[in-house]
Design a protein around this ligand. Structure first.
Ligand SMILES: [Zn+2]
Length: 53
């Protein structure tokens, strides 16, 4: 499955964040990573988590 360009739940654009997310996750925990990316909605973060882990 391809990582979605937009969050299915809120329509926020998240597709461009995934590569950064993977890179940041090597240094930070998930909460800190989302904060760095400006992902403050749980629904958007959830796409990253479900794809990655
Ligand atoms: Zn969302």
């Amino acid at each position: 499955m391809e990582f979605p360009v937009r969050c299915f739940t809120c329509g926020g654009v998240i597709g461009h964040l995934y590569e950064k997310y993977k890179a940041l996750l090597k240094e930070k925990n998930a909460d800190e990573t989302f904060e760095s990316l400006g992902v403050d909605r749980y629904c958007c973060g959830n796409h990253h988590l479900s794809k990655c882990c």
